[in-house]
Design a protein around this ligand. Sequence first.
Ligand SMILES: [Zn+2]
Length: 146
Amino acid sequence: MGDETAAGKLLPVNEGLVTGTDNEPRDVQLLGSKCDRCGEVSLGANAVCLNCGSDRITGIRLAPEGELWTYTVIRHRPPGGYLGPDPFEPFAIGLVELPDGIRVMAPLAGDVDSFEIGCRLRLEPWILQSRDGPAYRAFRFAAVAG
Ligand SMILES: [Zn+2]
């Protein structure tokens, strides 16, 4: 990583996973890959199809909205070097079904008791600041108002 961790830099939480820049951290979209042979859609920039092994892949931007397929609520502080709020606050993690034909696992923003299977969710940027190191450009989903 080296120089990439300079102050003010926002590193992608995973290379090839999200769009956005240091200047426009709110302009976040999920990147995906679509197989030209079998049509399989996968999360992130992949060189090979995870379904059929073809290397005929087209990079795509995944839809920013989807439906909550299932979710769970984390009500106890995870072990290890958890960097979330102190004191701990429960949070939700969901599988969000996108119209691209893929389900994406992601944190859910908002009251953990407010989610329902099938509710509409929208991608939003989420900046993660490590204690002594860099900040990361990540993502989560939040309920669509209305
Ligand atoms: Zn394929």
